[in-house]
Write a new protein. Structure first.
Length: 151
């Protein structure tokens, strides 16, 4: 798994909007300045988040973006999928090194490892909401440890 700039910036922008929930829309330029991110990236990320139904946009002089749902209803997985379209890529699916060995019909003892890892990662990312990320780092770490332990 590789966390790209798209995912990182998507989470930063979404968390900013979560902290401002209920305060009205915020302009993309203002978000970019507050978070010290490139304006063009922020615009593109907001477009991706809007297409995924995670943010809404408001036109006009006092327009901008706001979360489309409550922060507790948007997960890290939601944001990552909206930002970069996937959370985990199984390389043998996308770039098979050997078409025979990597075909779905072929027996591969490695494939179950990647599938389980993909599932565990997605389960973890789906268990953490934007509301959770507004807490202290130690609280988030405790929650992650609990999720990994199955609690």
């Amino acid at each position: 798994m590789r966390v790209t700039t798209w995912a990182e910036y998507g989470l930063i922008v979404s968390l900013n909007l979560a902290k401002r929930a209920g305060q009205g829309p915020v302009a993309a330029r203002e978000l970019a300045e507050q978070e010290r991110l490139p304006h063009d990236y922020v615009e593109q990320i907001l477009l991706r988040l809007r297409r995924a139904g995670l943010v809404d946009s408001v036109r006009g002089a006092k327009g901008g973006y706001h979360l489309a749902r409550e922060p507790q209803a948007i997960t890290v997985k939601d944001v990552m999928e909206a930002s970069e379209h996937v959370t985990f890529e199984v390389n043998c699916d996308l770039h098979p090194v050997d078409p025979h060995r990597c075909s779905p019909e072929a027996s591969c003892s490695i494939r179950p490892v990647w599938r389980m890892l993909e599932r565990r990662i997605n389960d973890l990312l789906a268990s953490i909401s934007l509301a959770d990320l507004q807490r202290d780092e130690s609280d988030v770490l405790y929650q992650i440890a609990g999720a990994l332990a199955g609690n």
